[in-house]
Design a protein around this ligand. Structure first.
Ligand SMILES: C[S@@+](CC[C@H](N)C(=O)[O-])C[C@H]1O[C@@H](n2cnc3c(N)ncnc32)[C@H](O)[C@@H]1O
Length: 288
């Protein structure tokens, strides 16, 4: 069954079991917060977020006294965690990556992939097993929780970060062609990024189906994220002539139009050529 296919069933079973507050135990001893969900993963599935991490987060890791990264909810195999190590390690001296899973069977299954301290796998949940990382990648994990639980998970993960830390929480399709993620620090959400294989989409709002849990139910008229996607679709339609130069040139032209309209885009325009755009969270955050 596809991930999206059984979402409703999964959420229904998760809803009656709210998370408890993290007990005050020594680091690493706290109860793992959350519930096991389907472990679907695929090689190279998380390449888009990893490229963004490489382009934007290396200074954060290099500036850290201990460049520790947590990959939360790595799933049925270690493959995307090992890819993260391969991608970041050449750029960051002393990099340590810890894959955390709430399902003990999945921790046991990747025993042979452990190579601590470079890469390790442990039991843990949203409390991050007391690790205090500088970067957390949590991909395709919150999709299977209800919105309220996902909001609590944000708070718990951000509280567990080390100094200057960042959580990157997002989702993507099975093959990683459509992806979105939110970056959060200890103060809360900072940005929303959309990233796509542009030749694979009809309009930018095709990415709506992959919005993070905090936004997906707010993609309705009157909500900022809906306005953003609508503006993007209009800009995309206006940039149809750029298709002659390829879909990514069309994407760049549409994003330039968004910037001209005053949407608060963040980061280098070089990222746009990769079928990516990052917008300040305040411009897309749900309103009452
Ligand atoms: C769909 S898989 C995602 C695998 C991989 N991150 C990817 O994107 O391909 C979701 C995994 O998250 C795990 N998970 C769910 N809640 C969790 C939590 N609170 N802490 C740690 N892992 C969790 C599930 O057990 C499952 O293995």
């Amino acid at each position: 069954m596809s991930e999206a296919g059984s979402d409703h069933k999964q959420r229904a079973s998760l809803s009656p079991q709210p998370q408890r507050k993290a007990p005050r135990l020594a680091a690493g001893r706290a109860r793992a917060l959350g519930l096991p969900t389907r472990g679907t993963t695929n090689a190279n599935r998380l390449r888009r977020v990893d490229r963004w991490l490489l382009a934007t987060q290396i200074p954060r890791l290099r500036d850290s006294a201990r460049p520790l990264v947590v990959d939360l909810g790595y799933g049925a195999s270690a493959v995307t965690t090992l890819e993260l190590v391969e991608r970041l390690a050449p750029e960051v001296d002393g990099l340590e990556v810890v894959g955390l899973e709430i399902d003990p069977a999945r921790v046991a299954a990747v025993e042979a992939d452990r190579d601590p301290p470079r890469v390790d796998f442990r039991l843990g949940g949203f409390e991050l097993a007391g690790l205090q990382p500088v970067l957390v990648r949590a991909f395709n994990v919150l999709r299977q929780y209800d919105e309220e639980s996902a909001a609590r998970a944000w708070t718990t993960m951000c509280a567990a970060l080390g100094p200057g830390g960042l959580v990157v929480e997002g989702t993507c399709d099975e093959w990683g062609r459509r992806s979105t993620w939110v970056a959060l620090d200890a103060e809360g959400p900072l940005t929303l990024t959309l990233a796509a294989r542009v030749s694979d989409i009809a309009t930018p709002s095709d990415l709506a189906e992959r919005l993070p849990k905090a936004l997906i139910h707010h993609n309705v008229p009157g909500q900022p994220v809906h306005e953003f996607l609508r503006a993007f679709d209009v800009a995309w339609a206006s940039a149809a002539g750029m298709s002659t130069f390829g879909p990514r040139q069309r994407w760049v032209a549409a994003v330039e139009a968004l910037a001209e309209q005053g949407w608060p885009l963040v980061g280098s325009s070089r990222r746009w050529r990769h079928g990516e755009v990052t917008v300040r969270w305040s411009a897309v955050a749900p309103v009452e």
